[in-house]
Structure formats: structure tokens, C-alpha cells
Design a protein around this ligand. Sequence first.
Ligand code: G4P
Length: 283
Amino acid sequence: MTIQWYPGHMAKAKRQVQEKLNLIDVVIEVVDARIPLSSRNPLVDELIRQKPKLVLINKSDLADPEATKKWVDYFEQDEMTSLIIDAQRGKGMNLIPGKVRELATPLLEKWERKGINPRPLRTLILGIPNVGKSTVINKLANKKIARIGDRPGVTKAQQWIKVGKEMELLDTPGILWPKFEDEQVGFRLALTGAIKEEIFDFQAATVFLLRFLTANYPTLLKNRYQLTELSDDMGDMFDAIGKRRGCLMGGGLVDYDRVAEIVFRDFRQGKFGNISLELPPND
Ligand code: G4P
């Protein structure tokens, strides 16, 4: 889904999320396992205030499993409950209703004290674009939910999807904009598909990626392009990859734009292997 964020859109998105939140007992925030902090909008915590929240660390199939474990610890230290999932294949999803119930214990106890008959817990999927919110909803619903509401001018009443006996899920997610005042965060969002390709510089994002891979995943980078050595000089790296991939222009010069595109696509398609672009602060 393409979304352009302008101040007016941001205010509208915030208002829409706030309206949905009024109906909700437990919030489920989806983040991308490769960039669990950069794919959060800090506004989430401000918006949901004291409501219980479950963080779903999604796309774990693409991330570095060691890094993902560290992120679970990080969230725990910050008093957030998280679950590692792969929504595309449905991995880890069966644990969601139990975690939601656990998080809602104070509410359930309050209902009991007041003699209120318990009803299913109401949940909302929330997150920035492309983290996998719709995939999570469809998997939990066990079917493809029609997205009529996405068409301009067509509104539809929100519906509750039953997930087991004790949980309900709003059928449209809450969407927040990605936050990228910091250039590095912007590159991470671009590389993982959270922001559109037209709005950033391909070559700069590729330089960021190649530097990151050289420092953190040198073997995966060497393997992908059959390089015997890596260089700190990005001109040399582009030349070496370009020659391997036949990205040559007239006169034997390497076409840097094509190299950038190839490396970028390779990352987007998970061709390097399992990579996390972000580790918890102070790790
Ligand atoms: P959104 O509602 O948050 O915007 O995200 P959505 O569910 O539409 O998912 C965005 C893309 O991410 C989809 O790919 C979807 O299949 C993929 N995806 C969701 N969960 C997972 C996961 O656990 N693992 C992997 N590997 N992919 C996942 P798409 O339709 O092909 O879109 P795109 O990749 O071309 O952007």
C-alpha cells in the first residue's frame, strides 16, 4: 500500500488510531524483526497510554536469529512483552491469544471483582506500513479479509474477527507513519520496504548496506558475490561487485546505478541470508 505522509495525513492517521483504541483492551504492535526499533513509531506508546501491549517481532524468517533473541530481552527489560513470529508461514502465531490473555489479567480480575461477565478480549493490530499487519490479521482470521475500506471513497463498518473463544480482532489495522529524522533509520526503512523506493537515494542506501554488511556479516557478503576480500573503499566494492555481475558500460567502466539496484534487490529478496540491520542499543 502506498501512503504519502503529510502533516494532514499524520494528524488523520493519529485520530483514526485514537478512535479505534477506544474500543480496545489489548494492543498488538507489529514490528519488523530486522529493524525492531526503526520500524516503531514512538507515538504508539503515547497513544495507547496504560493499555496492555503485545509486540509481535514479525518477519523473523528474514532476520538474524541471534539478534532477534537479543531484541526479545531488550523489550523485556523495557517491560514490554514480545513474541517472535513469521506471519507469512504462520509460525509463532498460535501463542498470540494466550499472551493477550496474560496481558489482560488485571482487566479480567477487575471484571471478576465487579461481577461482570467476561466477554472476548478486544484487540487491534497496529504498526507502520509493510511490517505485515494485514498478513497477521489474515492468518489470525484464517482467511483473506476483504479490504474494501482501502478503496478511496468506500468506507465500511469495522468488524470484529473471532480468534478462538476469548479474543476478538478489529478487521482493519491501525496504521502509523514511519519516523525517520535520522538518515540511518531512513535507510533501514527503505531497505526493508517500509518506505517507497522513489523517495531515497539508491546508491546512498546501498553504500549504507555494504558498510553494514562488511562490518557485521562479511562472510554473507563475500559469498553472495564470490569476493575474496572486502574493502573499506566503496568505489572498490562497487567495482568488484559490478565486474562479478557484468554491470559494465562502454570502456569497461562499472555502472554504479545498476550495482546499487542489484545489491538493494538482493537484500530485499533475502538473498544474503538472515540479516538484522539493527541491534539493541548498548549491545
Ligand atoms: P502491512 O499490512 O503492514 O502493510 O503489511 P502486509 O501484511 O501487506 O505485508 C507486507 C509484505 O510483507 C507482504 O509481501 C507480505 O507477504 C510480507 N510479509 C508479511 N509477513 C511476513 C513474514 O513473516 N515473513 C516474510 N518473509 N514476509 C512477510 P508482498 O505482498 O510481497 O509485498 P512486498 O514484499 O512486495 O512489499
